[in-house]
Structure formats: C-alpha cells, structure tokens
Design a protein around this ligand. Structure first.
Ligand code: OX2
Length: 832
C-alpha cells in the first residue's frame, strides 16, 4: 500500500526557510510577506489582485517542496514516467483546487476572514488558463489531477498559448468573441525556466551524407529555427505529496538569427523574425473538432512535440540512460492526433540525431507511444496536405514515407492481393489531393490505441479504424473517460460534499466507489429533505449569477434543465430548442395548459467560423426573448443563455442542475464528460444511447435515466436507406407547428430569413436526425415532467445517480491506463 501524506506537522517539520510552515500563524506570516516583498505593497495599499497574488504565492510555497521532491524522483533511472502530450490543457483556476488538495481550505478561509478578506472575492480574481476548447482539454486536466493523486510520476507537455479560448459575450443575441488575456496580470502558478530551451526547425531540405563508419545518413538543413522555452506549473495530487509538473512551451526567436540580421543592417528583418517565431504560441485554435489545412496549427503541433521529445531525450541521457531502453523510462500518450507527428519526430531524434539504426529505433518508438482517439466524426480526423507537410518538415515526410513503405509491405503480406485495403490503410491518402493521415500514423506508431467510451471504441473497431483493428486487434482497448471528483464535486458542490461526508465519511473523495453506501439512505425522508435543500441552495446561487450576467430572473423552485457544452450541430442544442417551442405552443394554444415550471439553461461557445452553431446561439436567445416576456407563459418557462461557459462558471452550473441534456445523435459523441459532471452532482439525465451515456445508464440503472432516440445502428441504417426528414415532418403536426413558429419570423421580429438556414438544413438534410428523434424526445420529456412532479421520487433517483457514479472518476480511468497501457506503478513521495 502506498504511504499517504498524513500529518501537517511532519510537513511543517521539514519546511524550508519558514514558508512551508502550514500552521495558521505561518500561513498568515507568509501571506503578509508576499503582500510586501512580492507585490511591493503595504496591506492598506494592496489591490484585490495584489491580495490574490499574495495568497496564490502563499499556497504555491506549500506546493514547492513537494514539487521539488517529486521532480527528484523523476530523476531516478529505475522509474517509469508517464508523459501526456496534449495540445490542450483546460485547467481551470488553481487556487481553490490546490487548497482542497493540500487540505488547507478551511484554515485559509478562516485566516483570510480574520485578516478581513472575503476569500470568494480572491477566488474570483483568478483568471483561468483557458488553454483548451472543451472536453478534450478538460480531460487532460482531470488526468493530471488523477495521476498526481495516484502518485504516478508524470509530466504533462503542451503549449503555453498567450491567448487561450476566447471570451464570449452575447450582444443582441449573437456571440461576440474577445481575446482572452489570461496573462495580463501575471501568472503566479507558473515558473519560467529560461534555461530549459530547445531549437525547433522548420522548412528547408534534407541532404544525405556518410558518417564516420561509412553509414548512410540524412541531415536536415532547415530554413528557419524557433526556440521553445519551458514554463512549469505544479500539479498537486489530493492529500498526497506527489506534485507533478505541467511543462508548457512558449515560442521565442533564436538570438543568433536576430543578431545575424541585425549585423547586416536588417533591423526590420530581425524584428520580423521575432514576430514570426512568437506567433507560433500566440493563440489557441478555437475549434472543438479540428479544421483542416492551417499551417500555423501544424507548426504549433510540431513545435510543442519536438520540444517535449527533446526534453525527454535530454532527461534520459542525463540519467545515463541508453536510448535503446527509452521506452522503459517513458510512456508517452498522444491525446488525439494533434501530437501524432511525435512518431516521426522520435524516429528522427533516434536515427538522425543519435545514430540509431531504423529497426531498433522503430521498436523503441512503438513501445513508447500510446494513442487515444477522441472522435468518430470523419471531418474531424486530421489530415495534412502532403505539400504543406513536406514543405514544413521535409525530413519527417521522408521518415513517414519509409514508415509507410515498411508498413504497407506488412499489409500486403497479411492480405495478399488486397490493394484496396492497402490504399485505405496507407499513411498517405491518395484518393485525390494527397494528404498525410495523422490517425493512421498514430495507430501504426503506437503499441496501444484506445477510444474513450465502450460504444466509441466498438465503433472505432468496426468503422473508422476497422482495417487497423483487423490487422492488429491486440493494440485496441477501451478507456472510458472520467472526471475528477475533487474539482467537480468537492470544490464545486461543498454543500453536497458536506452532506455526503456527514453520512459516509470523506474517503469517497479518493474512492468514489464508496458513494454506493449512500444507497441505504435513500429511504430516509430526512436525508432526502436535506438533499433537496442542498440542491435548492445551489440553484439559488446560480439564479443570482444568472441575474448578474444576463439580467434574467429565474425561479429556483422551477426545474433547472441544463445543456452546457460546445455548440455543435451533432450535440443538438437545437433539438432542445424545438422542445421548448413545442411547450410554448401548447401554452399559446391553451394558456391554462398545466406545464411543469422549467428554467432552460444553455451555455457554450461556438467556433468563430461555424455559421450554423452561431445561428443556433441566436435562435436560443431569440426564443428566450419571446418566451421570457410572454404573459401567457407568465414566468412558468424561462430560457437563459449563460454567456462565456468555462471551468470557472461551470462550478456554479453543474451543482444546480436538476436535468442534464445529453442528446447528441447516437454514434457522434465519442464520450462526453459533462454528462458525468452533472450526474455526480445529482442531476438526472435525458439522453441518447451515445458515448458514455450508455455506461452511465448501465451504472445508475435504466429506471433512473430518461432514454430516448435512435441507436447508433438505427442512425447508420437510416442513413443507408436514404433518410427523409420530410417524412417525419409531415407525419407530426406538433413538429410542423414548431418549425412554422421559427420560419414565420415569430422569434425574429418577422424576419423570415434569419433562421431559414437552420430550418432548411433540418427539413432537407438533417444530417443529425433531429426530426427523426423529435417524437421520442418529446415523450421522454413528458416522463421527466411526471417524475419531477413527484419530488420524493425525483430525489430518490437523484441520490441513486450520485451513489452509482463512482466508475466515472478519472482515478479509475487513470488506474486502467497505468495498468493496461503505460505499465507504471505509484511512487510515493516523502518530504525528507
Ligand atoms: C472530445 C469529444 O468530442 C468528446 O466526446 C469527449 O468526451 C472528449 O473529447 C474527451 O474525450 N476534440 N474534442 C473531443 O474530441 C476531439 C477531437
């Protein structure tokens, strides 16, 4: 059994220079010191940000010696390190989370109070690092939390975007994007490592040569070089000493280039070079599912992957490691295909830079990498035009051709005469314009390939990666996603956490299987009463925030029906809208219609260039305007679009939900993770058999889940047999009336054009089969209403949801990755 971090005193005993002193007095002194010495203020003159910074530094001091001790462990040759490569890490605010993980939350809150500070105000002051788009980036952040909590030596590697995901404002019902300036007031959580830098090359050409032993070699003569600088953020586990490292790379100009240009008098050229270099890590691409063909995006990917791999090779050599055993020291996970170029880069580092032969280098590479696929959407599978790719990375292109040549030989060996299969499996798509297929590169160069939910993995094997599964079934495995109960329950929902802990103790935080013990209280009316009280409090908090951010008054006793996630047609926010309009129509037809009072809450960002998604936001807001002000509705229905959904706001949203909308077209959402966050906070789910919904329903029980809609198989066969949305439209009068409301201009001041792209797309294409699912969705919503009217029944269902969600902790997911893919063990960290 691993040794846990127990007594605070023992940590204080080994404190360095007093700043690690965890006593109240020590914390108070450190805080004051930071106000004075770090921020340069007298307490009286300190701004809110000064106080936040001082508190952040006080907490960071607590992390530092744990961090240094952990990093010392990473420097042992005999341990294996997980290296999680991800273009996105959507961390959320650090301060509160670190306090919880340290076990200092209460002490610090009280100390702050005694100093006359409202700690919530200081929490609010923190800008969250929005270095991700949605599920994929947040998953990476949850996994870092769990890796540290499970005491696994691990590093996250990614990009230090100067501008993260844009801030969303809603103006006149439309999304307006503002640049995210998260670094504006400084970032107390990172430590710049200007001495840890690597050169990353781009463009140019390759050249063969003979080395001293007369062996054929290739060198890359690049056109330009950029410098990557490391910025480290400590990631502390829950109540353990393990404090792992997230290393993010910032691009800078290489000095020599500047000087060269400067020497020949080309001052502007030198500055251009600097701007060009720094551009690489300027901004996160705000697309949830990737866009094709953007050169800068490919440059970002290679830039961070190259820095990270060079870093690992340097660390390994420093330990005296022999590169032929690299894979016994590092397990590298590719978070989707964004870092997949790492396969070619590691080959280049081993073969070109370190003189290894191809075969052993290839073995090392395959043993090192694992690949997680996150999407089935064909348009989201990354591919890069060969010309673009070869122009930027001439040497990698050659390496990929060589990998491909050898791989296709194997394919031909296994499946003689099957040239169609060869073409399908090739790393190069040659069906039209030539592309490099990143998913194929990742599959071929990894020893393990996984999907993120059972259904998703099955569909990967059967469809998207079928040929690969047929040839190498042993590589494929499922790792159903999970989320961290620390941030998404303990931090977000203190009321519920207290209630649960009062009943079953606090071990559930690291062993959420134990939540099952709540089941026996489901028949206790007093417990159910308490459960409802907590939910009501959470709803009041959200109602307050909604009033503040949107001016809309909502009734906390109404059902809070929430859909928050990126805006995407496959996620079908507009199906939710169709239901709202149907209810509205019923009220208009009969103002005495007995509707269950509901507050529909939406939140989520649309990719700035995604026309339809932006139109859906406008539709939601337009419907809100009408419904919220209609005297026939009389406040019984309210519609809210909560602006700027992010990790910080999410804290108030998940705990306040009664109903969670997980209504994607079956077979489209790889897993979903919001679905888990809602259910862990006692919301009931209305959902399709898609992604992890399937497993959530299995766990919580079919009777505690509102299921509707086509299955993935139905969707495929309907598509095959020529889906006709119009047929569903014609046979459903209520659906007709709903569509008519929209297209008549009722929600757009008579403008019949505004929503016609949406309506036409539904009636004539309906790629995501809203019309086919509309009837079933309406029926399921009717059942929701019935259940909600019986509050005792609803509460039972809610309790059972929470009690049975243990499986979806990211700790469980990470344990599986460790055992099945990475083959790593916990290494407890001691403070001496
Ligand atoms: C998302 C998937 O869309 C979502 O279903 C999943 O839960 C999440 O990743 C984490 O696995 N970009 N974002 C995703 O996939 C891609 C590609």
């Amino acid at each position: 059994m691993v040794k846990r971090f127990e007594a605070r005193q023992s940590a204080a005993d080994v404190c360095v220079g007093g700043r690690s002193d965890m006593s109240l007095e020590g914390l108070r002194r450190t805080f004051r010191e930071h106000v004075f010495y770090t921020q340069g203020r007298f307490p009286m003159g300190a701004s809110r940000n000064d106080l936040y910074m001082a508190l952040a530094y006080t907490v960071r001091d607590q992390l530092l010696h744990r961090w240094i001790r952990t990093v010392e462990q990473l420097g042992r040759e005999d341990i294996k390190i997980v290296s999680y490569l991800s273009a996105e890490f959507l961390l959320g605010p650090h301060l509160e989370n670190n306090l919880i993980n340290l076990g200092l939350y209460e002490d610090v809150r009280r100390t702050a109070e005694e100093e006359g500070l409202d700690i919530q105000v200081l929490f609010d002051q923190e800008e969250e690092p929005g270095l991700g788009n949605g599920g994929l980036g947040r998953l990476a952040a949850c996994y870092l939390d769990s890796l540290a909590t499970l005491e696994i030596p691990a590093m996250g590697y990614g990009i230090r975007y100067e501008f993260g995901i844009f801030d969303q404002e809603i103006r006149d019902g439309w999304q307006v994007e503002h640049t995210d300036q998260w670094l504006r007031l400084g970032n107390p959580w990172e430590i710049a490592r200007p001495e840890i830098t690597y050169h990353v090359n781009f463009g140019g050409r390759t050249e063969p040569y003979e080395d001293e032993q007369g062996r054929y070699r290739v060198r890359w003569i690049p056109y330009r070089t950029v410098k990557g600088v490391a910025y480290d953020t400590p990631i502390l586990g829950y109540r353990v000493n393990t404090c792992n490292l997230l290393r993010l790379w910032k691009a800078e100009a290489v000095e020599s280039f500047e000087f060269e240009a400067f020497n020949v008098g080309d001052y502007y050229g030198a500055v251009d070079q600097k701007i060009y270099s720094e551009n690489i890590t300027k901004v996160l691409y705000p697309n949830d599912e990737p866009i094709q063909g953007k050169q800068l995006r490919l440059e970002q990917q290679y830039f961070f992957v190259s820095c990270s791999l060079q870093d690992m090779v340097r660390i390994y050599k420093l330990l005296g490691g022999d590169l032929s055993r690299f894979s016994s020291h590092f397990a590298i996970q590719l978070n989707d295909t964004h870092p997949a170029i790492g396969v070619a880069e590691l080959m280049r580092l081993l073969v070109d830079e370190n003189g290894m032969d191809w075969e052993p280098a290839w073995e090392v590479t395959c043993n090192t990498f694992g690949y997680t696929n996150h999407t089935l959407l064909p348009e989201a599978l990354e591919k890069w035009p060969v010309d673009l790719f070869a122009g930027l990375f001439p040497r990698h292109m050659e390496i990929i051709y060589e990998i491909n040549r050898r791989f296709l030989d194997e394919v031909r060996n296994r499946f003689p005469g099957d040239e169609d299969r060869v073409a399908r499996m090739s790393l190069i798509d040659e069906s039209g314009e030539r592309y490099v297929r990143m998913a194929h590169l990742a599959c071929v160069g990894s020893h393990a390939v996984n999907g993120v939910a059972e259904l998703h993995t099955r569909l990967l094997k059967e469809e998207v990666l079928r040929d690969f599964y047929e040839m190498m079934p042993e590589k494929f495995n499922n790792k159903t996603n999970g989320v961290t109960p620390r941030r998404f329950v303990v931090l977000s929902n203190p009321g519920l956490s207290r209630l649960i802990t009062g009943k079953i103790g606090e071990t559930w935080v690291s062993r959420p299987e134990e939540l099952r013990r709540l089941e026996k209280f489901v028949d206790d009316p007093a417990f159910r009463e308490e459960w409802r009280r907590v939910k009501l409090e959470n709803k009041k908090n959200l109602a307050r925030l909604i009033r503040e951010r949107t001016g809309i008054e909502v009734d906390p006793s109404s059902m809070f029906d929430i859909q928050v996630k990126r805006l995407h047609e496959y996620k079908r926010q507009h199906l939710n809208v169709l239901h709202i309009i149907a209810l509205y129509n019923r009220i208009k037809q009969d103002p005495a219609y007995d509707v269950c009072p509901r507050t529909f809450i939406f939140g989520g960002k649309a990719a700035p260039g995604y026309f339809m998604a932006k139109r859906i936001i406008k539709l939601i807001n337009s419907v809100a305007d009408v419904v919220n002000h209609d005297s026939d509705v009389n406040g019984r229905l309210k519609v809210v679009f909560f602006p700027d959904f992010n990790v910080k706001n999410a804290k108030f949203i998940y705990p306040a939900a009664d109903l969670s909308e997980q209504i994607s077209t079956a077979g489209k959402e790889a897993s979903g993770t919001g679905n888990m966050k809602f259910s862990m906070n006692g919301a009931l789910t209305i959902g399709t058999l898609d992604g992890a919904n399937v497993e959530i329903r299995e766990e919580v029980g079919a009777e505690n889940f509102f299921l509707f809609g086509l299955t993935a198989e139905d969707v495929t066969s309907l598509q095959k047999n020529g889906y006709q949305p119009m047929e569903y439209y014609r046979s459903n009068p209520e659906l007709q009336a709903v569509i008519e409301r929209i297209s008549s201009g009722y929600f757009s001041n008579g403008d019949q054009e505004l929503f016609s792209p949406l309506v036409d797309s539904l009636l004539f294409h309906d790629t995501f089969m809203l019309l086919a699912d509309f009837g079933a969705y309406m029926d399921a919503q009717r059942q929701v209403e019935e259940a909600y009217r019986d509050q005792e029944r609803w509460t039972r269902m809610s309790i059972l949801n929470v009690a049975r969600m243990g499986k979806f902790s990211s700790d469980r997911a990470i344990r599986e990755y460790c055992k099945d893919i990475w083959k790593v063990e916990p290494v407890p960290v001691t403070l001496e």
